[in-house]
Design a protein around this ligand. Sequence first.
Ligand SMILES: [Zn+2]
Length: 603
Amino acid sequence: MPRIPVILGALLIFATVAGVGGYFLLRPPEPKRQARPEPAPVDPGTPPGSDPKPATEQPKLVVLVVFDQMRGDYISRWAELYGPNGFERIKKDGVWFSECYIPYSCTSTGPGHASLSTGAPPSVHGIIENEWFDRKTGTQMYCCQPKRPYELVPPVPESLGKPGRGAATGYSPERLLAQTVADSLNESTKGQGRVFSLSIKDRTAVLMGGQKPTGAYCFDTRDGLFHTGAFYRDAPHPWVTEFNAAKPADAWFEQKWEKLRTDIDYAKFSGPDDAPGETVGYNGQGRVFSHPFKGKLTAPAKGYYSALECSPSGNEMLFGLVKKAVTAEKLGRGAVPDLLCVSFSSNDIIGHQYGPDSQEVMDVTLRADKLVGEFLTFLDTEVGKGKYTMVIAADHGVCPLPELPSTKAKYPAAQRATTEELAAGLEAALTEMYGKSDVKTKWIEVFDDDVWPWLYLNHKTIEARKLKVEDVAERARDFAAGRGYVETAFTRKELEDGKFPPEQPFKKAVALAYHPDRCGDVIIIPKAGVQISKYTTGTGHGSPHPYDAHIPFLVYGAGVPALGKRAEKVSSLSVAPTLAWALGVPAPKQAAQFPPEVLPVKK
Ligand SMILES: [Zn+2]
């Protein structure tokens, strides 16, 4: 792709404002709130999106429901199979924004949840990926890794195996650089409005909960229990201890994941059960229904709990804890509103294994619809109709399996590639370009699945060879961009200077993904349909392509008009201000958007 230099220092800000504001047909936000590497200063005024609603419409409980990896098109794709009480109830009595898109390029779980809770892009909240390379310490950083290690609460015995990335150091929101809706509620109500953030994954519970949630809990596959960390509390809430004591995760040990609907032919609505490119799940789940949970185990253990997470039962188990939280804490029954954040992770774990066109993803989505119905009915009884507001969204979508003929037809470049082969090719190419020298170290510091799509060059090698990092980065960019499966690549300098070719379609998305302290030297965007990972089966997400960026956005409940489907484009960054509007508190300080215009927000 030719690179035309555009010498315009303000292009980055202009492009960002035009992109997120104009592109999504929303009122353009103040430029100072956009794409700043550092959090913007506190705005002394009250943003228009935050005026409290009249008392009669003020909900007592606001619920954020995130389905981890749910594509925007799923809401219509299987609509004829949904019951009347879930998504269809919201479509009828609330608002369904059918064209909601993530405006930044790093469509991963960490950035997704951080943006849903802050309303800011990764360039501002700093969660640029689930992991990144930290040049100061020379280590790979996890997005909810605390500044010092914390114990898990309750602790997990070491004998149960190696902890996951988050559990290894305990978890905290200290890497999150922007204010969340939860923090705004906390500030406005002087801690009276309570915040609970519950999920299967740790990073999702942490990033939704903000700096001081009343409770943040996630699941650990080593012991099959829910935990918090000592950053938050020294002991779990009594209702969590009670929930754990009943070993709810063990309930499915003798069961199998069967199809929800036995009366329909799943193949007609999705694809064949055994499709090329599918993975085999966990613990012997296999590629076709029914999927057993226990494998060869005689008692529940890590393999079983991993299989449980990779099934709709993972979401069901979490919903058990959610109901317990609402009942035990009497959420939505105090003088000030409470916030409950729930992220259902099983959709993502299943989607990675079987892909968006699988019978498994269709099944977990039908069950997600059923779950939403049960959740609404539960809140009707427990909190009361008209006393709560529910917002449903997702952190990202997903790429179809590259092996499927339908994928190849839509995306001719669809294929698999690995970061390993790209790194090896680049090492060789740079050596050829600059010649051999006495310096034995590699050109690349870190470039693997964990830090993808960022390439971190080895600055020591480059300096020892008396070369400029910027120049080597340009060569690396050109090499990467020259691969048949790569759409384009950008250097750090291009992102800093905002010097993009005028028609470059991804310039806004990468600018919003760039944080100077955390990003690498080159960012790589694969062609649509391409999977770049070490896995030879399964699929993923993380690109700015529409299949990754299109998410559902539904709003229902107190003060929400029955507008049904709205087809105007909206940004995923408007989810957080919508939550703040529902709570009647100021939008998070670095939020880049306002609630969608059709919501009755007082100007
Ligand atoms: Zn994922």
